[in-house]
Design a protein around this ligand. Structure first.
Ligand SMILES: Cc1ncc(COP(=O)(O)O)c(C=O)c1O
Length: 411
């Protein structure tokens, strides 16, 4: 046994204790794909999926992937530089056109698209300005860039969604160029970027915005192209990063921008150059979902919004606190780790999967269950979940906010 084993053992203390008490909530193994699955033989409705349009299991999507397996197999065994197919290029062109950008590059994950983009653009002449609730891919891209010998950019954080705080960062920046990083919808709180005000400030300081619209693609704007469409900001946000892993049914990262910018990043991003290219069956699945969005995006997005509206108004009526959410991602604030874990367990026993978010994913006192409403949930799924949430929420004092200390042993 080396020090590595000792370190792992010590750092797993909290996980081990949760497993011993049978309240460990992660890595439950699904027995099929989609929003309606099973865990250990028990049917489950999944509200922790990001399959926002419920299209991952659509027969046409599966059919397209199966055909691509026959033509291209499951993997291309190399990176895009020497493993690009006509399917990749066709889809990049179609996506760029759909989104209203000159060019698009398909990475293997959204995480890699962001990390590679930041490492390609940020250098010693750059200040990166991040929202303090930024996703891990923005943080990691920034920290990797900041660790590049001789080229480290300056890094500043602004208070979540605050235009005043962003302005303070821009005013006092020490480097010639600045990049502002935003997300279309923040995935832990389900709130949209305050994009119009932030853009107005960024424009005054000539600071381009990179927007990670992973959760806005397929969900915002009439056609589902994202936050830019929703607020009519075409041509004003030069770079958008997104993913196939939410509304577009698979896995894969997306970079949108002007031709030269995308081309430059394709030749610089180490996460693009040194990682295998996206398998064609996944490209084919995304391409089929894009067909559907192009044909009738308005109906698909409208159906998602109908479900989200129904769930939001019902949850509020039942007395739940949804924090700052104003989208289909709804945190059910428990503000207590035990409440969040016990709610998760009780719901799972009753056939509903809702993942709890606890410290360090969120601050202490901000513990919650995250409920992702999708177009693929039926009214029956929503009603059953509302009834269970109400029952268990009352049992664990979630709606009333009372302390559970006297009733439930500490973990
Ligand atoms: C805001 C945001 N950006 C990027 C990603 C990464 O996407 P992918 O799953 O394609 O790596 C995620 C997924 O968790 C996300 O929530």
């Amino acid at each position: 046994m080396s020090w590595i084993d000792d370190k792992a053992y010590q750092e797993l203390d909290r996980v081990r204790k949760a497993k011993e008490k049978q309240v460990y909530p992660y890595f439950h193994a699904f027995e099929s794909g989609g929003l309606h699955t099973s865990i250990a033989g028990k049917p489950i409705v999944n509200f922790s999926s990001n399959d926002y349009l419920g299209l991952t299991t659509h027969p046409l999507v599966k059919e397209a992937s199966k055909k691509a397996v026959d033509q291209y197999a499951c993997g291309l065994s190399s990176s895009r530089v020497q493993a690009t197919t006509v399917a990749h290029i066709e889809l990049e062109e179609r996506l760029a056109n759909w989104m209203g950008f000159e060019a698009c590059a398909i990475f293997t994950t959204g995480y890699q698209a962001m990390v590679g983009t930041l490492m390609s653009l940020a250098d010693k002449d750059t200040t990166l300005i991040l929202d303090n609730l930024s996703h891990a891919c923005i943080l990691d891209g920034t920290f990797l860039a900041a660790g590049t010998p001789g080229q480290a950019p300056e890094v500043r954080f602004f208070n979540h969604n605050s235009a005043r705080s962003l302005e303070r960062c821009l005013k006092s920046k020490q480097r010639k160029n600045a990049i502002v990083l935003l997300e279309g919808i923040y995935s832990l709180d389900g709130d949209e970027a305050n994009i119009q005000e932030l853009l107005e400030v960024a424009d005054r300081y000539d600071a381009p915005i990179i927007c990670d619209d992973a959760h806005g693609t397929g969900t915002l704007g009439k056609r589902g192209t994202g936050i830019i469409e929703k607020y009519g900001l075409q041509g004003r946000i030069p770079i958008v990063i997104s993913t196939f892993s939410k509304s577009l049914g698979g896995i894969g990262g997306l970079l949108f921008g002007n031709k030269d910018v995308v081309d430059h990043i394709k030749h610089r991003a180490r996460s693009f150059l040194f990682s295998a290219s996206l398998p064609v069956p996944i490209v084919a699945a995304a391409s089929t979902i894009l067909d559907m969005l192009e044909k009738d995006g308005e109906t698909l997005v409208g159906e998602l919004h109908d479900n989200a509206h129904y769930m939001r108004s019902s949850l509020v009526e039942l007395g739940f606190d949804l924090g700052d959410s104003n989208s289909h991602i709804m945190p059910i604030m428990c503000r207590d780790e035990r409440k969040a874990l016990f709610m998760h367990l009780a719901l799972l026993e009753s056939g509903v999967h809702l993942v709890p978010l606890t410290y360090p994913s969120v601050k202490e006192g901000q513990e919650r269950l995250r409920l992702n409403v999708t177009r693929g949930h039926t009214r029956e799924d929503l009603d059953k979940t509302l009834e269970l949430l109400d029952t268990f929420g009352q049992a664990f004092f979630v709606q009333s906010g009372e302390d559970v200390g006297a009733f439930i042993e500490p973990l």
